[in-house]
Ligand binder design. Structure first.
Ligand SMILES: [Zn+2]
Length: 330
């Protein structure tokens, strides 16, 4: 029987998504999504991953015989030898088994990769790499954290331990006041990621660099700066709040410094950006940072655009990882 489909899974700390991907048409056919049961423990998460595959197959009435395999993109760090997640920041368990429960339940090939690297491979195979002739592609995601991946001639740059794309830990402030999730100071994602933005705003206010007026929309919407979030900041900026716009401008400079370093290190033809902060605020993030990049990049500035795969990029990535793994063993 011809294997026509891949089941792709995007396992995030907030949402678990599964999709059926048509291999011939390189197209995502049907997607389902539910809240990830993170607080329930590692085995419940493993079961939830198995169950969402069952639900997807039942819903689409696709026979398992027609499925080439199951690809999973998940937040790192991963333990690839054991096939699971090992102490990810927002999935804080020693080990969450992913591949073994899937193999036991469905007896078809499985593949697992960290979400940002998987997304980059997805961009190469299904996204911008399909429509453009590219030698070196970098994908950058800005959401709760900042991550990315580098593909050259179809091959993902892995690094000795599989952690080559950890660009969220690039240094953008050597006198850094803000602490990154990795424990070090001055790293890019400590400032302009979803987790970093509230701390960055507090830092600006406490250091006296910025005075936020009490009658400003940002002050009111954040309950006197007590409930700051990236979403509140960008929503206020969209409504023209002057304080929010000042912060957004600062963040654009920080992001330009990060992207500039990526350009210096990898000399890509194309950079695509994704992640919720970028995708919901293209004008205020991507378009605002572009004029500043020349201050940081010594290499030629490549084409920089939002990913055409949007919020489905990790699902496409999971499919790409499975496809690559199966082909390597053929
Ligand atoms: Zn870091």
């Amino acid at each position: 029987m011809i294997k026509k489909y891949i089941v792709a899974i995007d396992l995030g700390a907030s949402n678990l998504r599964a999709a059926l991907v048509d291999i011939e048409r390189l197209k995502l056919l049907k997607k389902i999504s539910e809240k990830t049961l993170v607080s329930k423990g590692p085995n419940i998460i493993s079961d939830q991953v198995v169950n969402i595959v069952r639900k997807l197959l039942a819903l689409t009435k696709v026979d398992l015989n027609k499925v080439m395999g199951i690809g999973v993109g998940a937040p790192g760090p991963l333990d690839l030898r054991r096939g699971g997640i090992a102490r990810a920041v927002n999935i804080p368990y020693d080990f969450v088994p992913i591949e073994e429960p899937l193999k036991e339940s469905f007896k078809i090939p499985t593949a697992l990769m960290n979400d940002a690297n998987a997304a980059t491979l997805g961009e190469w195979l299904f996204g911008i790499g399909r429509t453009k002739k590219i030698k070196t592609l970098v994908f950058i995601t800005i959401s709760t954290g900042i991550g990315g991946g580098i593909v050259e001639d179809g091959r993902l740059l892995m690094g000795a331990d599989g952690n080559a794309g950890e660009i969220g830990c690039l240094l953008i402030d050597y006198r850094g006041k803000l602490r990154c999730g990795c424990g070090r100071y001055g790293h890019w994602q400590a400032y302009s990621s979803g987790a970093g933005i509230p701390n960055y705003i507090k830092y600006l206010v406490e250091s006296g660099e910025l005075v936020i007026k009490e009658n400003s929309l940002l002050f009111k919407m954040s309950n006197g700066l007590k409930n700051l979030s990236a979403k509140i900041l960008y929503d206020c900026a969209k409504k023209g709040d002057a304080d929010a716009l000042k912060i957004v401008e600062n963040l654009a400079v920080i992001n330009a410094a990060g992207v500039g370093q990526v350009i210096n290190a990898y000399n890509p033809d194309v950079i695509t950006l994704g992640g919720s902060i970028i995708l919901h605020n293209v004008e205020l993030t991507l378009n605002k940072m572009i004029p500043y990049i020349k201050n940081y990049a010594s290499n030629r500035i490549p084409e920089i655009l939002p990913t055409p795969l949007g919020e489905n990029i990790v699902l496409y990535g999971a499919a790409a990882v499975l496809l690559k793994e199966v082909k390597e063993y053929e």
